[in-house]
Design a protein around this ligand. Structure first.
Ligand SMILES: Cc1cc2nc3c(=O)[nH]c(=O)nc-3n(C[C@H](O)[C@H](O)[C@H](O)COP(=O)(O)O)c2cc1C
Ligand code: SF4
Length: 519
């Protein structure tokens, strides 16, 4: 039997040279007459170790990393194919504390299996959720999702079961499931990792959603920056259809669910659900006024379930293991787990799936290893470009949707971008306003005009022009954006701006209690 070796094919690993390493290993093995079975897996999410090569041994999968082509001959000489010691040896990969201490439910198979192997998927529990859903009524499946406490992972944290129930109850000749895979938030990559590392998990979640609400067609709306995910999804959908897990007779149930991937053109606003629908319909991505909700009149005017990749990929576990199993993770009204994405100035960036309730301090220091620069971490932007900057004094607040709202922040998609003490938070606030101005769909005035005026006002504050008056003006502008914008792009830009102003006034040239005084 040939020796089995795992080399990631995930975008992160590829960008760090995994393809060259794979070629070097295959060539070296051929030169030495060694028969190797190379599996191209997803990434385990420990990016500082990529490309992370794993060898299957009697003691389990042993890792080496980060491997460069120059290391390959030495690894063979040292006997890495039997798990021998080497300066790059990491021991048993699943025993590495970063991975071993996680609670991987959604990411249970990512990095473990061959992403396109249906046999691997089934061998690791895949399609058990869909099989159970087929034996249940639509209402029972929706109830199971409701009972799990799952809330939308794309940002707004709306209860998934309630959304599905609205679509189920809507009478129509055709219904849709749309997966929001636009993943435009800064510091987020969990959707991509899941789609590249375990595409059948998303496919299964969408098929369950389709059966649950009576939708016969699904679309995955993917961002154009994800060409690898696009290819993986297309190949996985074709194989799932051939195997009868999708199509005109889903797993012999007599029920129909077809699925397609559509590529967006790369605008942040196309992640907003109604803009996404416009884009999917072939139009320019601008926000639709609500009501009607997409659950009532969505894609082509039909009832549509719109969920984020992580929400849909959580569903197979919920159906396979039961609502109570999933609900047992988490705290308060934030149930289950969230794949946190560690980015920015950190020593160990990557993906950490944990139950809600973990703190920023644990994620930044226990997992992230502190800042890459070795300097104190001053602020973390949580939840994407519209998320607040959380200061060090709040690093112990548990990551829970409500606890974060209480401190004027948001958990959002679980992306964390860390900054050390050299970051200029006034510049970051300006950047947030500028981002809104650039990405605005232009439909409403507070966002379209307000963001441009916001940049100017911040410039005046930093330049020391009538500071008190301009701070009052900035706050008033933020208030108008918050309350007068049609969607959360304009409505949430005040979060990063005002959090920077509140927690880091000195960067604007203000003393801590000066922000509301006149000039
Ligand atoms: C400006 C803007 C950008 C958004 N971008 C995304 C995105 O990239 N991915 C996503 O899933 N949701 C995004 N959302 C949230 C979606 O509008 C929507 O709430 C979500 O896809 C619903 O799925 P969920 O309930 O599973 O979270 C965005 C919202 C706004 C206002
Ligand atoms: S808030 Fe901005 S992005 Fe949203 S609808 Fe208004 S103009 Fe468009």
């Amino acid at each position: 039997m040939s020796i089995r070796l795992y080399i990631p094919i995930d975008s992160t690993a590829l960008s760090l040279g995994a393809e060259r390493v794979a070629r070097a290993i295959a060539e070296e093995a051929a030169r030495r007459g060694i028969d190797l079975g190379i599996v191209r897996n997803g990434s385990r999410g420990m990016f500082w170790l990529e490309p992370l090569i794993e060898v299957e041994t009697v003691a389990g999968r042993v890792g080496y990393g980060p491997v460069t082509p120059a290391d390959v001959a030495g690894l063979f000489d040292a006997g890495f194919l039997s798990g021998a010691d080497h300066p790059l040896a990491l021991g048993r990969v699943e025993a590495i504390p970063y991975l071993a201490s996680q609670e991987r439910l959604t990411f249970a198979r990512v990095g473990v299996t061959d992403p396109l192997s249906l046999d691997d998927y089934r061998a690791h529990g895949g399609f058990a959720g869909l099989a159970r859903a087929i034996g249940m009524s639509c209402a029972e499946v929706v109830q199971e999702v409701t009972d799990s406490g799952l809330r939308g992972r794309g940002g707004a944290a709306f209860p998934t079961g309630i959304k599905w129930n609205t679509v189920l109850a809507a009478a129509a000749d055709r219904k849709y499931v749309v997966c929001n895979a636009d993943e435009g938030d800064s510091g987020t990559f969990s959707d991509r990792m899941l789609m590249e590392g375990d595409p059948y998990c998303l496919i299964e979640g969408m098929a369950i959603a389709g059966l649950a609400v009576g939708a016969t067609q699904g679309y995955i709306y993917l961002r154009s920056e994800y060409p690898h995910a696009f290819e993986t999804l297309r190949a996985a959908i074709a194989r799932a259809r051939t195997a009868g897990c999708l199509g005109q007779d889903v797993m012999g149930s007599g029920r129909v669910f077809e699925l397609e991937v559509r590529m967006g053109a790369g605008a942040y606003i196309c992640g907003e659900e109604t803009s996404m629908l416009e884009s999917l319909e072939g139009k320019r991505g601008t926000v639709r006024a609500k009501p009607p909700l997409p659950a009532i009149a969505g894609l082509f005017g039909k009832p549509t379930v719109i969920n984020n990749v992580m929400s849909l990929a959580s569903v197979p576990t919920i159906l396979a293991r039961g609502a109570a199993f999933y609900r047992d993770y988490g705290m308060g009204r934030s149930r289950g787990t969230l794949p946190f994405q560690l980015a920015g100035n950190l020593r160990r960036t990557g993906l950490v799936e944990k139950a809600f309730g973990v703190t920023l301090r644990e994620l930044l220091y226990d997992y992230g290893g502190g800042s890459a620069s070795g300097r104190p971490i001053r602020a973390v932007q949580v939840g994407g470009p519209l998320g607040a900057y959380v200061p060090e004094s709040q690093f112990d607040v548990p990551l829970d949707y409500e606890a974060y709202v209480a401190i004027g922040a948001m958990v959002g998609h679980g992306g964390l971008v860390a900054f050390d003490d050299r970051a200029d938070m006034a510049r970051m606030a300006r950047y947030a306003m500028e981002f809104c101005a650039v990405e605005s769909c232009g439909k409403c005035t507070p966002c379209r005009i307000g963001s441009t005026r916001g940049v100017e006002v911040i410039d005046r504050i930093v330049a020391g022009e009538q500071r008190g008056r301009n701070v009052a003006l900035l706050n008033s502008l933020c208030d108008t954006m918050l309350n007068g914008s049609l969607c959360a792009l304009g409505g949430m830009t005040p979060y990063p701006v005002q959090s920077a102003l509140k927690h880091f006034p000195e960067d604007f040239g203000l003393v801590p209690d000066e922000d509301n005084k006149g000039a």
